[in-house]
Design a protein around this ligand. Structure first.
Ligand SMILES: [Zn+2]
Length: 305
């Protein structure tokens, strides 16, 4: 079904944790390890192919720099290519000018690779909140149609309290418009909780997730799933294979990172397959386009609705 708003969306923040770990620990930008990112990307593409569903891949520039071939492969299978910025830095730590540069670099790189436009963006660490909403203005200035970076509840490290949970078109202070596709939260014991991310899908039991997603679907609510390539891996991932040369990591640190990368990870493919089979899935672009074409008067950002 075309242009339907109340469908599920699978979004993949396409980045390589090994490459990010190497960069964050050593300051040196390493290429990603082909065997991991290739394998992980292939698993995702195969699952999508089997279910006949299309997803949105938010491509990280610093990975696309090394693996334009994989970005082209994803696009060639009919999935939407969005952007995840160039350097994977928390947007709240950047000045407006630095944020502009990160976003325009990513846009140039990715549009060059796919030979077509990008319409949407997901910020690293969901780092768009009420302190830097100008990021949305930058996206609109760069010609993007939508953003999907805002968590509509206040969590420890990100989110905006009481932000509208539904997809909507906003009028920005610079006079431009942008569609926001917020991340999904579910209601449990009278509280809003995040349910749609890889970490949560790993941790919550299948019956709980099924109930939660059925409730969201029955209530015609926006469902935006977000995952990372490593979460699909069928093999155990060991962070020490990604350590930069001559780095000195403690055994405890290695143990903790490996635990975070591997815990309950094997349950994720089965849970996702069952969602792909049960529900209708459309890309972020289709959702955003639907919102844009059916909204008569956009909301004013930051004003109570
Ligand atoms: Zn990311």
């Amino acid at each position: 079904m075309e242009n339907k708003q109340h469908a599920f969306t699978l979004s993949i923040d396409w980045e390589d944790f090994g490459q990010l770990l190497g960069r964050d620990r050593s300051g040196v930008l390493t290429p990603s390890l082909p065997k991991t990112i290739d394998r992980q990307t292939d698993i995702i593409l195969e699952m999508l192919n089997e279910s006949g569903k299309k997803a949105t891949f938010f491509i990280l520039g610093m990975l696309a720099n090394h693996r334009a071939d994989l970005v082209k492969k994803i696009a060639a299978e009919g999935h939407e290519i969005g952007m995840h910025g160039q350097h994977h830095i928390n947007m709240r730590t950047l000045t407006r000018e630095q944020a502009f540069n990160d976003l325009s670099d990513a846009k140039k790189l990715i549009t060059d690779i796919i030979g077509g436009p990008v319409y949407g963006y997901r910020a690293p660490y969901f780092s768009v909140d009420d302190s830097n909403l100008y990021v949305l203005e930058i996206l609109a200035e760069l010609g993007l149609m939508y953003d999907s970076s805002i968590f509509p509840i206040k969590l420890k490290r990100y989110g905006i309290a009481n932000f509208p949970k539904e997809d909507a078109l906003y009028l920005l202070p610079n006079g431009k418009e942008i569609v926001e596709l917020p991340l999904t939260t579910g209601r449990f014991n009278g509280k809003d909780i995040p349910v749609a991310g890889g970490g949560y899908i790993r941790a919550f039991p299948k019956f709980f997730l099924n109930r939660m997603f059925k409730k969201l679907n029955d209530g015609q609510q926006n469902v935006m799933l977000y995952m990372h390539p490593y979460e699909f891996d069928t093999k155990r991932i060991d962070c020490s294979t990604n350590y930069p040369e001559n780095s000195n990591f403690s055994k405890t640190k290695t143990f903790l990172i490996n635990l975070r990368w591997n815990l309950f990870r094997n349950s994720i493919r089965g849970k996702l397959k069952s969602l792909l089979n049960q529900y209708e899935f459309i890309t972020c672009f289709k959702k955003a386009k639907h919102v844009k074409t059916t909204t008569h008067s956009p909301r004013i950002l930051g004003r109570p609705q």
